[in-house]
Design a protein around this ligand. Structure first.
Ligand code: ATP
Ligand code: MG
Length: 276
């Protein structure tokens, strides 16, 4: 899916009146099939931007074009159809506790199947091999029939990601997919996500707190205080740019490194963050 954002600003309905918009006017384009990471300190507007792209939050000003169509000018029924092409993975997927993993994963298929098929799959899930294959890719092969409330936080997070693989969405919007995962699971999850998005021909946009993981993407967007700080190839995202992006929030950038070394002035490398 192609994305064009033109001077788009967003404000949360519950925000205090007179407060600054969570997202200040932003302009950028994303090509079909492109993959990019959004980084920035807490409160920068990463989730807000993903929600605006998912048509879950209406722009306060400016406009969003998805495949050259302004979703907010569509009749409601067509907007619903368009939403079926958008996959949003929240950081903590709202999975009903007593639901089986298979049902939770196959919920990713709902927008592309009839109401009758969806009702029938509640009693006996169809597309079992598809769900199993998606789970295997996220290292959850044995969890197909497990109840969601018996999974760890990291397993639940990966179930939420596995949904993308069974969806037919052409835009995958993934909010902090690694926040509950250990480093090796995180590496596996991001590899699966990027490879699968490529195979599906889907555009992938993910917010990340792990700057080292973001650097695996060709393009990185830096947000701060709701404004675009940079939109650059990752090779141009230097330590200086990162330091400016996270100024006064250095604790979000600097921390224990993967091998347990402390960052010091002599050893100012960028550390992965797995604790959020
Ligand atoms: N539901 C809400 N109602 C009102 N204001 C909100 C709401 N959600 C977020 N905000 C505000 O919008 C701004 C951007 O928040 P957002 O959640 O997009 O940041 P973020 O970059 O995703 O942060 P984090 O890294 O902590 O997830 C913040 O100032 C936040 O307080
Ligand atoms: Mg967020």
């Amino acid at each position: 899916m192609r994305i064009a954002i033109e001077g788009l600003a967003a404000r949360h309905p519950a925000a205090a009146s007179g407060s600054l918009p969570a997202l200040k006017p932003l302009t950028l384009t994303v090509a079909p099939g492109e993959q990019l990471a959004i980084i920035g300190p807490s409160g920068a507007g990463k989730t807000t931007l993903l929600h605006a792209l998912a048509c879950a939050l209406k722009p306060a000003t400016g406009r969003l074009l998805l495949d050259d169509i302004d979703p907010w000018k569509l009749p409601v029924s067509q907007l619903q159809t368009l939403r079926g092409q958008l996959f949003l993975a929240p950081q903590a997927p709202p999975l009903p506790p007593r639901q089986r993993v298979i049902t939770a994963v196959l919920a990713g298929r709902l927008p592309r199947q009839s109401l009758l098929a969806s009702m029938a799959s509640l009693f006996y899930p169809s597309h079992i091999p598809e769900a199993q294959a998606a789970l295997e890719k996220f290292g959850l092969a044995g969890k197909l029939w497990e109840r969601v409330d018996r999974l760890s936080g990291g397993e639940r997070q990966r179930v939420g990601l596995a949904r993308a693989l069974v969806s037919s969405a052409s835009l995958w919007l993934v909010d902090e997919p690694l926040s509950s995962l250990d480093p090796s699971r995180a590496a596996q999850a991001i590899d699966t996500l990027t490879r699968s998005a490529r195979e599906h021909g889907a555009t992938l946009i993910t917010s990340l707190h792990q700057v080292d993981v973001a650097k695996r993407f060709q393009r990185i967007i830096g947000l701060r205080d709701g404004a675009l700080q940079f939109d650059l190839p990752s090779t141009e995202v230097t330590h200086e740019r990162l330091a400016a992006l996270y100024a006064q929030h250095e604790e979000e950038l600097l921390g224990a490194t993967a091998n347990g070394e402390e960052n010091t002035a002599e050893n100012p490398h960028i550390a992965p963050l797995y604790c959020r």
